[in-house]
Design a protein around this ligand. Structure first.
Ligand code: 16G
Length: 252
């Protein structure tokens, strides 16, 4: 839709509440949220918005200032105001064994987790096989919604042999920190990545529409002794992550 038509005050200004600059700010935010105003769309200059909306330039300036403060509009000197590019995707190297907390810290993002499951369980058949458990062994399991910069990124279920993680409730922020403290930090891992469509429950937790594209990742991590320390299955939001692999020319 054309921006001038979108800002035509007859279709929104009276049905909206609050001071005029807040109404204008919300109108533009709604346009961005709904996708009518796409990333990189140029906004008309202040004076043009003022004449389109019959609002004063002071009101328009205040609305734009708030949109800039919120990071949804970017002002480029000499070029004008534009709808900001969507939040950057996170790139994760496929050649380094790192934890979610470390990956996010390196990008200056705060991470947190919502706990979905944390305890000691009877293992499933695939946990028995991958973790090489005995017939009567239990498994330590932690299932978390991983959040970075307020955005849900992944659903992650980690399973570990009980002697490697005897007390799953000891994990508060980082699993790898707890493993490092007990001398059980994995040194190598194999990851299998496949494409999925997120079902209703997972999509809701990840804050995306049902059936959105996602990545299913299985990580099996090993101690230096060669023993399996961790079997983690994750579902990542397809729009949040890029996995990057560095390839080198084979020399033989
Ligand atoms: C990453 C790993 C996961 C590991 C977690 C530990 C992938 C696909 N998965 O998310 O296997 O358990 O980091 O993170 O990269 P933490 O130390 O922050 O708990």
């Amino acid at each position: 839709m054309n921006v001038a038509k979108f800002l035509d005050p007859n279709s929104w200004i009276d049905g909206s509440i609050g001071p005029l600059y807040v109404r204008l700010r919300k109108r533009i935010e709604d346009g961005i949220e709904s996708g009518v105003l796409e990333p990189n769309t140029p906004l008309p200059p202040e004076r043009e918005i003022a004449s389109l909306t019959a609002l004063s330039r002071v009101t328009v300036r205040k609305a734009i200032e708030e949109l800039v403060d919120r990071g949804v509009i970017v002002q480029i000197q000499g070029s004008g105001s534009f709808v900001t590019e969507k939040k950057a995707r996170v790139e994760q190297s496929l050649s380094r064994l790192t934890s979610f907390t470390e990956d996010m810290e390196r990008r200056g993002m705060a991470s947190e987790s919502k706990w979905l499951e944390r305890g000691i369980f009877i293992p499933s058949p695939d946990e028995v096989v991958v973790l090489a458990l005995g017939a009567s062994d239990s498994v330590s399991r932690i299932t978390r919604l991983r959040i970075a910069g307020d955005r849900p990124m992944a659903l992650e279920r980690a399973s570990l042999p009980l002697d490697i993680l005897p007390n799953p409730t000891a994990v508060e922020k980082s699993l790898y920190e707890v493993l490092q403290a007990s001398g059980n930090l994995p040194v190598r891992a194999i990851q299998k990545i496949s494409a999925i469509n997120l079902d209703e429950k997972d999509a809701e937790l990840l804050g995306v529409p049902e059936n959105s594209a996602g990545l299913h990742i299985e990580r099996t991590s090993y101690l230096s002794s060669g023993r399996v320390a961790e079997f983690t299955r994750s579902k990542y939001r397809g729009d949040a992550y890029d996995f990057v692999a560095e390839l080198r020319l084979a020399t033989n």
